[in-house]
Ligand binder design. Structure first.
Ligand code: ZN
Length: 237
C-alpha cells in the first residue's frame, strides 16, 4: 500500500509538473508580449491579404462571366429590335436593352473596382512579403532566450512523460482509474501529504486511529474533510 501511494503521489507530482511546464512554455513572457503581438499582426496581415486576393480574383472572374452573359443578352435584344412587328414590341425590346445596358455598366464598374483592389493588394502583399523574412529573423532573435527555454522545457517534458507512462503501467488499472477520477474531481490534487497529523490540502486534523493505519500503510485512508487520499511520508511529518 505504501508503495502504491508513493507511486500515485509521484504520478500526481509529475502530471502537475507537466501542466505547469506546458503553461510556461506556451505563455509569451510579459516583456515579449508586445513585440510578439506586433510580429503576429504582420504575419496575420500577410495571411489576410492572401486570402482577400484569392477571394477578389474569384469575384473578378465571376463579374467577367456575368458581363459576357449580359453582352450576349444585349445582342439578342438588339436582334429582336430589328425584327419587331409593332410599336409595342419595339418599346418592349428597348426596355430590355435599357435594363441590360444598366447591368453591363454596373458590372463593368464592379469589375474595374476589383481590378484596382487586386492591384493594390498585390503591391501591398509584395511589399510585406519582401520585409517579412527579415522581420521573422529579427523576431526570432528577440525571442531566442525564450526559444531556448522552450526547448529546455520540451526536454523536461519528454522525460516527465516517460516517467508518467512508466508509473501508469506499473499502477494497477483499478487504482489508476480511481486516482484519475479523484484528480479530475479535486482539481489536480488527489493524493496529499500529511503534515504534523493534518491534511496538507485542507489542514483538518487526521483522527489518531486513521493516523495509526496510515503509518502502518495497511489501507488507503481518505481525509474526512476534503476526501482526498492521504499520503504519509515519515520524513515529511
Ligand atoms: Zn483534507
Amino acid at each position: 500500500m505504501t508503495d502504491l501511494l508513493g507511486q500515485l503521489y509521484r504520478l500526481q507530482t509529475r502530471i502537475r509538473f507537466v501542466h505547469e511546464r506546458e503553461k510556461r512554455r506556451d505563455t509569451v513572457p510579459p516583456d515579449l508580449v508586445e513585440v510578439d503581438r506586433d510580429y503576429q499582426d504582420k504575419v496575420q496581415a500577410v495571411a489576410a491579404l492572401k486570402s482577400r486576393l484569392t477571394e477578389a480574383e474569384l469575384e473578378k472572374r465571376k463579374a467577367e462571366g456575368e458581363l459576357a452573359d449580359h453582352k450576349e443578352k444585349l445582342k439578342k435584344y438588339q436582334a429582336q429590335l430589328r425584327n419587331v412587328q409593332s410599336s409595342r414590341e419595339y418599346s418592349a425590346a428597348l426596355n430590355e436593352i435599357d435594363g441590360v445596358e444598366k447591368l453591363i455598366r454596373s458590372t463593368e464598374d464592379k469589375f474595374l473596382e476589383l481590378e484596382e483592389e487586386i492591384e493594390k493588394a498585390r503591391a501591398d502583399l509584395d511589399e510585406r512579403e519582401k520585409t517579412l523574412p527579415a522581420e521573422t529573423e529579427q523576431h526570432e532573435e528577440r525571442l531566442k532566450d525564450w526559444r531556448a527555454e522552450q526547448r529546455a522545457i520540451n526536454d523536461e517534458l519528454a522525460s516527465a512523460r516517460e516517467e508518467i507512462a512508466r508509473l501508469e503501467a506499473e499502477i494497477p488499472p483499478r487504482d489508476r482509474a480511481e486516482f484519475h477520477r479523484l484528480v479530475d474531481k479535486k482539481h489536480g490534487l488527489a493524493v496529499v501529504l500529511v503534515h504534523g497529523s493534518s491534511c496538507s490540502a485542507c489542514h483538518v486534523k487526521v483522527r489518531p486511529a486513521a493516523m495509526q493505519i496510515l503509518k502502518q500503510g495497511r489501507e488507503v485512508i481518505y481525509c474526512d474533510s476534503c476526501k482526498r487520499i492521504l499520503y504519509y511520508e515519515p520524513a515529511s511529518s
